[in-house]
Design a protein around this ligand. Structure first.
Ligand code: GLV
Length: 310
């Protein structure tokens, strides 16, 4: 059996790979694990750096379960001639679904409403209770018009939303197909009822949303982060939510992740936090695992990876 390093994976991995690989621990690997390993399977977001690569003299491939590779030192892998694979495309729909789930949940008080409905205080229907923001017909600003952003825009069309977007490159085909309008970051922040972050974490997007950007948003505005925690400056977000500079936030990712259990953000009622569930659907997880295994097998056999980052 080929030996690979990985944090614990679900039984699905063995099922789909027909028990081909022997897994040794990644995060707590010993020298002999590293020496024996021909591949690293990156499950979850353990950091994979040049030092780890150097400790693995027989390393042929790094296969990431997921699309974002910000936790992997891709430049170090390239410098060492080690291909890095990921799973683009298969998770766009699930992540866009979850973006809409957060938009709807925050706007329509789903979580607060659930808690209230279970409490003894709910003793009759009150039309004035928990009046939220109308999603249909509102304006959505998508930051990052990649594959996931485009899926969000598609869903927003079904809600009759005006869709603004900001992206490194203009996407005329998305504008034509989905009626999205390319605008400056400033216009997006000022005019959107919902600002949805769907961009990768890069040096350009790290800390992208800070005090200035939050101040530029509408006071009724809702921020959704489906990207990566560090795209938002956590302290600034906490201040803006506390001061009522923006109305609320829906966060699938945070910085740090998880937040310390006594973090003030966890005390705020106008925030919904989910534990990085963007691609966590049954069908998508199955596809992700298959693509992860396909990259792993190709790299171990010295073939070109079906989905190679670098
Ligand atoms: C998950 O966060 C991914 O990058 O696929």
């Amino acid at each position: 059996m080929e030996i690979i390093l990985s944090d614990p994976v679900p039984p699905l991995f063995d099922e789909l790979s027909n028990g081909r690989f022997e897994i040794r621990p990644l995060t707590t690997s010993t020298n002999s694990d590293c020496e024996a390993a021909v591949a690293i399977l990156v499950y979850g977001h353990p950091p994979v750096d040049g030092a780890l690569m150097d400790a693995c003299p027989n390393l042929k491939v790094i296969s990431n379960h997921g699309v974002g590779v910000d936790h992997i030192d891709v430049a170090a892998a390239t410098a060492r001639g080690i291909p890095v694979g990921n799973t683009p495309g298969c998770l766009d729909a699930a992540t866009a679904d979850m973006t809409m789930a957060l938009i709807l949940s925050v706007a329509r008080n789903v979580v607060v409403g659930d808690h209230f409905a279970r409490s003894p205080e709910f003793d009759h229907y009150q039309p004035a209770l928990l009046i939220g923001q109308e999603v249909t017909g509102s304006t959505l600003g998508i930051v990052g018009m990649g594959r996931i952003g485009a899926e969000v825009a598609k869903r927003a069309n079904a809600f009759d939303m005006r869709v603004l977007y900001h992206n490194r490159n203009r996407r005329p085909e998305i504008e034509e197909l989905l009626g999205a309008e390319f605008v400056s970051m400033d216009q997006l922040l000022r005019e959107s009822d919902f600002v949805s972050l769907n961009c990768p974490l890069t040096p350009e997007t790290t800390g992208l949303i800070g005090a200035k950007e939050l101040l530029a948003m509408k006071s009724t505005g809702i921020l959704i982060n489906m990207a990566r925690g560090p795209v938002v400056q956590t302290g600034a977000l906490c201040d803006a939510l506390t001061a009522g500079q923006i109305a609320a936030a829906g966060l699938d990712v945070t910085d740090p992740e998880p937040l310390p259990r006594d973090h003030p953000l966890l005390q705020l009622k106008n925030v919904i936090i989910t534990p990085h569930l963007g691609s966590a659907s049954n069908v998508t997880r199955m596809r992700m695992m298959q693509m992860t295994i396909d990259n792993l097998a190709a790299g171990v056999e010295g073939r070109e990876l079906p989905n190679r980052v670098c």
